[in-house]
Design a protein around this ligand. Structure first.
Ligand SMILES: [Zn+2]
Length: 409
């Protein structure tokens, strides 16, 4: 698909700009180093793909075809050993009925992840402790930790977290795009805080995380929630997919003071590749409107038929054709956040959580196949192999181990 000469003008117009340019490839030496490293991404939204009709993690897909970004062949090619596979639940009504629906959805999504592992034990393995990752990767398998994005499905019963722990969850966030029963979101539509941090129930949830050894994740929650977590958690905190306010002043990013406070408590920021949070882009209201309407339709159809999915994909491609995204953030924008965080807190407190299959991806790094570029950019910036190993997994595993060790205290 990268041989421009063979493509007709109509097809060229259908593809995002990046597909038309030759992607710079890393040298053989860098590629070999990257493949040798233990690489984990702390926020994979790929579990949503597992429940798509006719979609298989075992098969290779084309990012500009079905817009997915992670599958087994691409993980191998891009040298991604695994990561934290998220049980993401969209924020719904904070009501008994809303909690029940979300709980059922989240448990089933967790089981989809477990089924992915069970269906192909030659290629996937469940990881429950920090020490599990290296031997799994050394055996040539993909590492599958589980995480929760948005604790909303727990309802008002924090003891339900134990059930998710038993399913395999080892990292959990609090809020998502909007305030919920546990915490304020950094992007609530009201634009103002509700609890001014964690709610009383949110503080109970944090205690339960500390008791079980589940890593608290402050991504998506407000800065005041991060303050509360840093003050109250008995264990280090993770930001599984976030960026730097000093590079771009978006509420989903954190400022240098928070970065330093996070690091001082042994925590780690994992760098997000979600374009909207990386830099300001030229407004494209027609595209935004069209995508919003399409995603609304996707949400309504919990169980898509293959035909319906094909129809929606065609609509998405039509949107790219009619209203092309001409000002997408690039790989350099992503690296600007990462290099800034590295400058402020050093290589012991920075990692990778690019939000694949959840909105992540930039021009020049469209899916996990492009991950060796991060290793190349870090080498170019002067980081050693040992630093890069910490960034790619050592730091997140250290935080996980600290939470295991802090269990019950
Ligand atoms: Zn997210």
């Amino acid at each position: 698909m990268r041989t421009g000469l063979m493509m007709g003008a109509a097809l060229m117009a259908l593809l995002p700009l990046t597909a038309q340019a030759e992607a710079p490839v890393v040298t053989k030496q860098v590629y070999q180093l990257h493949q040798k490293l233990l690489t984990l991404d702390s926020h994979l939204d790929t579990p949503a793909s597992l429940d798509l009709p006719g979609w298989s993690i075992e098969e290779g897909h084309e990012v500009h075809g079905d817009y997915t970004q992670v599958d087994l062949p691409r993980m191998k090619k891009g040298g991604l050993d695994g990561g934290f596979w998220a049980i993401y639940t969209g924020q719904g009504p904070v009501t008994v009925e809303g909690f029940r629906k979300a709980r059922d959805f989240a448990i089933l999504r967790g089981l989809s992840i477990r089924n992915m592992v069970a269906a192909d034990p030659a290629n996937f393995a469940l990881a429950l402790e920090a020490k599990d990752a290296a031997p799994i990767a050394a055996a040539g398998k993909r590492v599958v930790y589980l995480s929760i994005e948005n604790a909303y499905p727990l309802g008002e019963d924090v003891t339900l977290l134990k059930t998710f722990y038993d399913i395999g969850v080892r990292v959990s966030g609090f809020a998502h795009f909007a305030h919920n029963q546990f915490a304020d979101s950094s992007t609530d539509p009201s634009g103002k805080p509700r609890f001014g941090g964690l709610s009383p129930l949110g503080k109970e949830l944090l205690k339960e995380m500390n008791r079980l050894g589940i890593v608290p994740d402050a991504s998506h929650s407000s800065d005041q929630v991060l303050d509360d977590l840093l003050a109250l958690s008995t264990t280090p905190i993770l930001l599984t997919h976030s960026g730097c306010k000093a590079v771009y002043g978006h509420p989903r990013n954190i400022d240098d003071d928070h970065l330093k406070a996070l690091a001082a408590k042994g925590g780690v920021i994992q760098m997000n590749a979600y374009g909207t949070y990386l830099r300001a882009s030229k407004p494209n209201p027609q595209r935004q409107e069209a995508l919003k309407a399409l995603f609304g339709q996707l949400r309504e159809d919990a169980k898509l038929s293959p035909e319906k999915r094909a129809e929606l994909l065609a609509k998405r491609q039509e949107i790219d054709r009619l209203y092309p995204d001409t000002d997408r953030p690039t790989f350099d924008d992503f690296m600007a956040h990462m290099l800034h965080a590295l400058k402020v807190v050093g290589p012991d407190h920075v990692g990778v959580g690019a939000d694949w299959d959840g909105g992540g991806g930039v021009v020049g790094m469209e899916d996990v196949v492009d991950l060796p570029k991060i290793t190349a950019a870090l080498l170019k910036a002067g980081y050693s192999e040992a630093d890069i190993q910490k960034i790619w997994s050592g730091n997140v595993l250290r935080v996980l181990a600290a939470n295991e060790a802090g269990k019950g205290k």
